[in-house]
Design a protein around this ligand. Structure first.
Ligand code: PYL
Ligand code: MG
Length: 259
């Protein structure tokens, strides 16, 4: 899995503001509203313990502080444990955390100690970016394209199938594509199909995965992927709205899903 870098997390509040404005424009609802209707929950005064984890590639400089910014932005009471790892976990639970946030290089999880709900960032991110794509007010049909069927894309495709969309998907990994066709009943898509979409969920760690033959004149691309899958010249040539930011939307979805 592609790991975030300190640079990805710079000016997070500006990225949040810009993306909240785009989400509101193209769906008619802001990020908070999307989360509330997606999970049927409202955030209260839960206390969130954030625990730095030194496993694998180790701590990412501003990851914990970015999580604290996000937790507080959504009105919750957050704190970062003084120590990392098991000591930090012990501290956070002892200090009365209701929800634990921690990530190694494979799983980033939110665990609500009170109701036992637990979610991974992959699933919560795939679901919310899919939800945003599917709410595009200028969509011309129920056809939606999912590019990438790893942990994030698969969760997004599963959510869209459940919501009754005609999901077309592609992934260079044939096993991932076959799994999604078998388990979700999605339609395999390849770019020479000449079919164009007005809603795209892009969930790959690659740049420029979207070519102009894939999208309609008006199109919403929703992607947590870094780098961006939409080439800038394609974005300019077509009136593409882009929802893309590295962490906030995914974490908001995690928090609302465990309340
Ligand atoms: C959660 C992000 C979204 C995309 N890739 C995921 C990633 O970068 N995971 C690694 C997170 C490591 C955090 C580090 C720390 O600072 O506690 N262990
Ligand atoms: Mg995100």
């Amino acid at each position: 899995m592609a790991l975030l870098t300190q640079e990805d997390l710079e000016n997070l509040s500006m990225q949040l503001e810009e993306n909240d404005a785009v989400v509101s424009k193209v769906t008619g609802v802001d990020i908070k509203g999307i989360c509330e209707s997606l999970y049927g929950t409202k955030l209260g005064s839960e206390k969130v313990g954030i625990i730095p984890i030194t496993a694998g590639n180790g701590v990412i400089g501003n990851f914990a502080s970015s999580l604290l910014f996000i937790v507080e932005y959504f009105g919750l009471d957050g704190f970062i444990s003084e120590h990392p790892d098991v000591t930090g976990y012990y501290e956070a639970v002892s200090q009365g955390a209701d929800i634990i946030l921690m990530a190694d290089d494979h799983i980033f999880t939110a665990h609500n100690l009170r109701n036992e709900k637990i979610v991974s960032n992959h699933v919560a991110t795939g679901v919310i970016y899919a939800e945003i794509a599917s709410r595009f007010e200028d969509a011309t049909s129920k056809d939606i394209l999912v590019i990438g069927l790893g942990g994030v894309g698969y969760a997004g495709a599963k959510h869209l199938v459940k919501k009754g969309f005609n999901v077309f998907a592609c992934d260079p990994n044939k096993a991932f594509l076959e799994k999604a066709v078998d388990e979700l009943g999605i339609n395999p898509y390849c770019s020479d199909d000449r079919k164009r979409f007005s809603m795209v969920l892009e969930a790959t760690p690659n740049a420029d995965t979207i070519s102009e033959g894939m999208i309609e004149e008006r199109c919403l691309v929703s992607t947590p992927g870094i780098p961006c899958g939409l080439p800038s010249e394609v974005g300019k040539k077509y009136r593409v709205d882009l929802v893309m930011e590295p962490l906030v939307i995914g974490v908001a979805s995690m928090l609302y899903s465990v309340i």
